[in-house]
Design a protein around this ligand. Structure first.
Ligand SMILES: [Zn+2]
Length: 364
């Protein structure tokens, strides 16, 4: 099914949900919980069109429209404050407007250059989960998945399959479910490798390509930017040192990723850091226990849903803001689609795209 047809069908279903009152019913249920939204990149529309991970880059205009809608219909707080407010509301008074927290993963440069100022203009504050090694390494450093995709894109299309399969020693490295998703399939394959093997494969691919890719457009904030965001009232949390897939790490490496990133942020900010976000949303019981032992008070996942009464603060579900799913034709803001995504309307019945409610999706 084409993207345009899917959008049209979703539009018809959205109108039916709105007119029938089903959407409003879902919203009333959502208002009983805390909705945590996930964003990655917010970029000018022309950059989004050529971005290698289309699901992760939201056009700035759409972000502004969402922010306008949210400030009119919800109470937007940084995640730590929202969790406290949620506990208080439940103990002392019923919810007024639904609580919403906006989270921004990874620590790209536009967090301080663009997103922070946009939030401040709307008189709200957000939560930024920072990959400390990415920020600390300086201007030329890339997150491993961006490096993987940019190196992949630097190969001539006809050479990609043979070069990558040769380096990986695995012809299945590019066998993918979607015919047009080679770059995403390549990063998915890399995710299943250990960090040392992944680094060696990428170094070999860089040699095959003839050098490291240009980091322009994929850079991190600087340390001073992170401190500046905090000084302007935003919340900073950890997203590990190097954005690894945590369940695959040894106990010692896992501890370093959790503790060293926390220490770095606390040094930069001069205050305790309480929030954590699992890279890629991947976690298990061992990782969850290690996060608590490292001194964090709460942790976000990519599990879809709303945080409710009695929810596990170390496995906070979120709503991934996927540009294609919240936009009308031409990428314009579509309020009904945005409301549908906030409520997880279709997934709660599992009939829209086959996912059950609470299933993990997207990257963190
Ligand atoms: Zn991430």
């Amino acid at each position: 099914m084409t993207g345009a047809l899917k959008r049209r069908l979703r539009g018809v279903a959205d109108q039916a949900a709105r007119v029938s009152g089903w959407l409003a019913l879902c919203e009333r249920e959502r208002a009983l919980g805390l909705t945590v939204l996930t964003y990655h990149r917010v970029l000018p529309a022309e950059r989004c069109r050529s971005y290698p991970f289309p699901g992760l880059a939201l056009p700035l205009d759409a972000f502004r429209s969402q922010l306008r809608w949210l400030t009119q219909h919800a109470r937007v707080l940084p995640l730590g404050a929202a969790l406290q407010e949620f506990a208080l509301q439940r103990a002392e008074r019923p919810a007024a407007r639904p609580l919403v927290a906006l989270t921004f993963d990874d620590g790209y440069a536009e967090a301080s250059a663009c997103i922070g100022p946009e939030l401040e203009r709307a008189d709200v504050r957000g939560t930024f989960f920072v990959t400390t090694g990415f920020v600390d390494a300086g201007a030329g450093e890339l997150l491993w998945f961006d490096r993987a995709v940019l190196l992949f894109g630097a190969l001539a299309p006809v050479r990609r399959r043979s070069v990558v399969a040769g380096i990986c020693g695995d012809p299945r490295a590019l066998e993918l479910p979607e015919p047009d998703a080679d770059a995403r399939g390549w990063t998915r394959w890399l995710k299943r490798r250990g960090p040392l093997e992944r680094e060696a494969l990428l170094a070999e691919l860089a040699r095959a390509v003839g050098g490291e890719p240009d980091a322009d457009g994929f850079r991190a904030m600087r340390v001073a930017d992170v401190a500046e965001l905090r000084a302007r009232g935003h919340e900073i949390g950890s997203h590990t040192v190097s954005h690894p897939i945590l369940p695959g790490l040894s106990d010692e490496r896992l501890r370093c990723e959790l503790v060293d990133s926390k220490r770095a942020l606390e040094l930069w900010l001069g205050e305790p850091v309480r929030g954590f976000c699992h890279p890629n949303g991947d976690t298990d019981a061992r990782v969850g226990a290690a996060v608590a032992r490292a001194g964090y008070a709460h942790a976000c996942t990519t599990r879809a849903g709303v945080f409710g009464a009695g929810g596990d603060a170390f496995a906070i579900p979120r709503v991934d803001v996927v540009p294609e799913r919240v936009s009308g034709s031409g990428g314009a803001f579509e309020p009904t689609a945005f409301r549908r995504e906030l409520c997880n309307v279709y997934r709660r019945r599992g009939w829209a795209d086959g996912r059950s409610r609470g299933e993990s999706r997207g990257r963190a």
